[in-house]
Write a protein that binds this ligand. Structure first.
Ligand SMILES: O=c1ccn([C@H]2C[C@H](O)[C@@H](COP(=O)(O)OP(=O)(O)OP(=O)(O)O)O2)c(=O)[nH]1
Length: 160
């Protein structure tokens, strides 16, 4: 069974009322990165390629808190700290308005026990302006059996 947005909100911070949806919680875009170097997935271990944060819009007349993203692939870090409670699995979907603007978020499985500010793959198929802090995705929780909890290298990532 999928849980309500109110339940999900208890495991996401910070949140405003505007982020709480019937079936999940909207996540915001914090930092957008561009990958510079190849990464590597081996039989043992992995390496994430070097990346650089995209500059925020620099044009004087434009909103200084806005990313102007040309067609391409970017890594986006969400603004919220997420904790996946035991007995659950998390899934992130793109906000439909992102998709309707020819952009997509690709995501993976959010394991029980994970905590941190995670990331997604933002595919931009048509140039888009993205204000920092804008809602781009929705996190939902489903109840799930599991053995053990997440204890990988991303545990506690991007939290002070
Ligand atoms: O779209 C996603 C999906 C998951 N995660 C977080 C939550 C998840 O629990 C964690 C690790 O994901 P996964 O287990 O798929 O990563 P891995 O590459 O297998 O790393 P590890 O070896 O640490 O498990 O990353 C994200 O940030 N974004």
């Amino acid at each position: 069974m999928f849980r309500s947005g109110a339940f999900v909100a208890d495991h996401v911070s910070p949140t405003t009322d505007a982020q709480i949806q019937p079936n999940g919680v909207d996540l915001t875009a914090d930092v957008v990165f561009e990958q510079l170097e190849p990464g590597r997935l081996g039989r043992d271990g992995k390496q994430i390629g070097d990346r650089v944060a995209r500059p925020l819009e620099e044009l004087e007349e434009a909103d200084p808190d806005t990313y102007y993203l040309p067609t391409g692939a970017y890594i986006v870090r969400y603004g919220e700290r997420i904790a996946i409670p035991e007995g659950h699995i998390g899934f992130v979907y793109p906000r439909s308005s992102l998709m309707r603007n020819s952009c997509m978020l690709n995501t993976a499985v959010w394991d029980a026990g994970y905590e941190g500010r995670g990331e997604g793959l933002l595919q931009v198929h048509h140039d888009i302006e993205l204000e920092r802090g804008a809602r781009i995705a929705q996190l939902v929780f489903a109840e799930a059996d599991h053995e053990g909890v997440y204890d990988g290298s991303y545990q506690g990532e991007n939290v002070e």
